[in-house]
Ligand binder design. Structure first.
Ligand code: FAD
Length: 324
């Protein structure tokens, strides 16, 4: 019987990279189970099977995909009841909703809880041991979860998604949940979509181009967006740029923003404060463009370009255009 239940965060897409990462970690404990939410959940069964999910619980009630936390908590609890007794690790993502879901689950299941783990693996007895990167990545914290049931939220990019050696055909079970009055007390009444940019999600992107205060104003983000579009990347921003109102908060990289771990991170006009590094220092290759040769970002960068970004970035874009 699976000892890990992965909760697919529908906000991230049913079988998108964050779910694949969770399944890759979960397999360290044996073949995992997954709970998928919403009427479209069944469409992800094959995809999660490719990542080794042995059992899939479908909680199809549309209430679970309205962006509300309580119905999802009750959906996970119903799946846990179906799994039966035994040691259990519940793994979920680290979005705000996923963390709230995890907190409520830990209370209901009397489970130990670790949030924002960057790693989780079994100890010699098969119990989960987590690693967190804290205080702007100055410290690594290792924690052993000793309760029979444990709940862990994992940051995106903690592991590279690896499909299972042998794809699995999961045993699929539909779970009807008798939602409580509280879970039904709030309903989503309207939703308006943000205009699509055609760019990848910041946390999924293999290339991230970020702009900081050095851009000098919101208009210069057009340079960053052009470069991102040329390289199929996502646009990030430092907190200074976000606080100045130059770019939306959803794009902030760092301690109080998103954590990214792309193949290439290009920091443009960003000094490299520790709080910014906390969100990007696991990037595979870091390139920095800054006019100050003493900027701390150069301590971290694999390649540094000292120069005025208003001259360097357009040259870079033109060079890319010419090589196409
Ligand atoms: C609790 C807390 C949480 C925080 N969380 C975050 C976070 O999540 N993310 C984050 O980013 N910050 C965060 N910060 C803020 C952080 O400390 C820095 O203030 C911020 O990262 C600075 O942003 P910046 O590098 O864009 O600006 P600056 O530090 O002002 O750096 C601008 C850089 O641009 C360069 N520059 C200027 N003009 C040009 C030019 N024409 N061409 C090339 N280079 C140029 C300058 O040399 C400079 O290095 C947090 C701070 C606190 C206290």
């Amino acid at each position: 019987m699976p000892q890990v239940l992965v909760v697919a965060d529908t906000a991230d897409g049913l079988a998108a990279k964050p779910v694949q990462e969770l399944l890759t970690l979960a397999r360290r404990f044996g073949p995992p189970a997954v709970v998928l939410f919403g009427p479209d959940g069944h469409r992800a069964v094959g995809a999660v099977g490719a990542f080794g999910a042995e059992r899939v619980f479908l909680v199809e009630d549309p209430l679970t995909t309205e962006g509300l936390v309580l119905p999802r908590v009750e959906g996970v609890l119903a799946a846990v009841a179906e799994l039966g007794p035994g040691p259990l690790l519940v793994l979920t993502g680290s979005s705000p909703d996923a963390r709230e879901t995890a907190a409520r689950l830990s209370l209901r299941l009397e489970a130990g809880l670790v949030t924002d783990a960057v790693d989780v693996a079994p100890d010699g007895d098969g119990r989960p041991v987590t690693r967190q990167s804290v205080l702007a990545a100055s410290y690594q914290v290792q924690a052993a979860l000793t309760t029979p049931v444990a709940v862990v939220t994992v940051k995106p990019g903690a592991v590279s998604p690896q499909p299972a050696g042998e794809p699995v055909t999961p045993q699929v079970q539909r779970v009807d949940v008798a939602f409580s009055g509280l879970a039904r007390a709030v309903r989503l009444t309207a939703r308006s979509e943000r205009a699509a940019t055609g760019r990848p999600e910041l946390t999924d992107a293999s290339v991230v181009i970020s702009g900081g205060r050095g851009l000098g104003g919101p208009d210069a983000f057009a340079l960053i967006e052009r470069l991102a579009d040329q390289m199929g990347g996502a646009v990030g921003a430092s907190r200074a740029a976000v606080d100045a109102g130059w770019y939306p908060h959803a794009h902030q990289v760092g301690q109080t923003g998103k954590t990214v771990s792309p193949q290439l991170y290009l920091a443009v006009g960003i000094s490299g404060a520790i709080q910014h590094r906390a969100g990007m220092q696991t990037s595979k290759t870091v390139v920095a463009i800054n006019k100050d040769p003493e900027a701390p970002i150069f301590e971290l960068a694999d390649l540094g370009i000292v120069g005025d970004l208003h001259a360097v970035v357009p040259q870079l874009s033109e060079e890319i255009d010419q090589r196409r």
